[in-house]
Design a protein around this ligand. Structure first.
Ligand SMILES: NC(=O)c1ccc[n+]([C@@H]2O[C@H](COP(=O)([O-])OP(=O)(O)OC[C@H]3O[C@@H](n4cnc5c(N)ncnc54)[C@H](OP(=O)(O)O)[C@@H]3O)[C@@H](O)[C@H]2O)c1
Length: 344
């Protein structure tokens, strides 16, 4: 059995007071022994989401915290378990779930207080002690680095397309941009036999998306009214599913791209959070619009089963060593396709 140290290296976001931007600092912290229902995980990989950039800038609700361990997403190996733990054994490969207390069913407002890397300390640490309920097994076909991309972006795309959406073989799915959530939309849709139309500001990334199975690609900078080519690509019918990450700027185009009875998963506000609701257009086309906030452990487990069955591989753009975690944050401002991962 691996020797468990009493201290570890850990990154903390630190700020003076309860508001404003944070600074990332490397600190020495204790390794906490697991309580009766807890599991001690040696973290092997973590990954960044756009949310983590917003958290660092003080633009995301984390409560009045002066310091926190960032990142919701990470994977590792179970190195110790408390006496009441039944879900895991030492040696298991696990991933943490985003909302530690949302296990299944409908979300409730209380779950918001259980988000890792926000209200609770997160995964940018060498060891983490979590309740056994807040972990899932890692799909057998994924490395720790690949698995570390799943908890936020993967589960969000899954929830949008499969739990709240009803993607089926032969459907056409519209994805906006080539970031984390959309890249999961791409690999899930292709694995499920759906057709993908994807937008990007970069022709090079659109070419990459084509190689990964997208059938329609549109540069949203060059073609601002991109609903027109979406309609053409679908023979005038429109798409059945949309993962909308742009919000205010993209939603009108997404609605204009939607086929009769289609579904839009409202996920992000990269282009702002305001906007009007076009009641008539949504109503007469029998559309469904869902607000999505990541998902539950049950979503995660259903996604894991799909990933194993179809040997789905998340798109990892870059892997950065733990000691260079600050560089990983800087890379979030660069042109990347998919996910940025930190290896411990
Ligand atoms: N509700 C939830 O549970 C949830 C979960 C995860 C993420 N989110 C939100 O969803 C959004 C995307 O998250 P992410 O982690 O996937 O981000 P990300 O990995 O940083 O992806 C950003 C990409 O989106 C594209 N993009 C940027 N601005 C755009 C715009 N105005 N219109 C269309 N595309 C645009 C760009 O793609 P190109 O470079 O190809 O142009 C950019 O590279 C963020 O707002 C995030 O906070 C919400």
């Amino acid at each position: 059995m691996a020797t468990i140290p009493t201290t570890q290296e850990q990154y903390r976001l630190v700020r003076a007071g309860a508001q404003g931007p944070f600074k990332l600092e490397l600190v020495t912290a204790p390794v906490r022994e697991p309580g009766p229902d807890e599991v001690l995980v040696k973290v092997h990989a973590a990954s960044l989401n756009r949310r983590d950039v917003f958290v660092m800038k003080g633009q995301y609700p984390v409560g009045p915290r002066e310091s926190l361990v960032p990142l919701s997403d990470g994977t590792g190996e179970v190195v110790a378990v408390g006496p009441h733990v039944t879900r895991f054994r030492v040696g298991d490969r696990v991933a943490a779930i985003f909302f530690q207390s949302w296990l299944n069913g409908r979300p409730s407002p209380q779950f918001l207080d259980s988000a890792l890397g926000g209200q609770l300390d997160g995964m940018l640490t060498q060891y983490i002690t979590l309740n056994q309920q807040g972990l899932v097994k890692l799909p057998a076909n994924l490395t720790y680095e690949q698995g570390a991309t799943l908890p936020c972006a993967g589960v969000t795309a899954w929830n949008g397309l499969f739990t709240r959406g009803h993607m089926q073989r032969g459907d056409t799915v519209l994805l906006e941009g080539t970031g984390g959530v959309s890249s999961f939309g791409l690999v899930f849709a292709v694995a499920d036999g759906a057709k993908v139309i994807i937008t990007s500001s970069s022709d090079a990334k659109l070419e990459e998306a084509r190689k990964l199975g997208a059938f329609g690609t549109i540069n949203y900078k060059k073609v601002p009214d991109w609903e027109k080519p979406v309609r053409e690509l679908t023979g005038g019918i429109g798409v059945q599913e949309v993962l909308d990450v742009g919000g205010k700027d993209t939603l009108p185009h997404a609605i204009a791209s939607l086929g009769f009875g289609g579904h839009i998963a409202l996920i992000g506000g990269l282009g702002g959070f305001g906007g009007d609701v076009p009641v008539m257009a949504l109503m007469t086309s029998n559309a469904t619009v869902s607000g999505i906030y990541v998902g539950s452990r049950a979503d995660f487990e259903a996604m894991d089963a799909f990933i194993e069955k179809h040997d789905v591989k998340p798109i990892v753009s870059r892997v950065i060593p733990f000691k260079d975690a600050k560089a990983a944050y800087e890379l979030m401002e660069s042109a990347f396709f998919g996910k940025i991962v930190i290896r411990m």
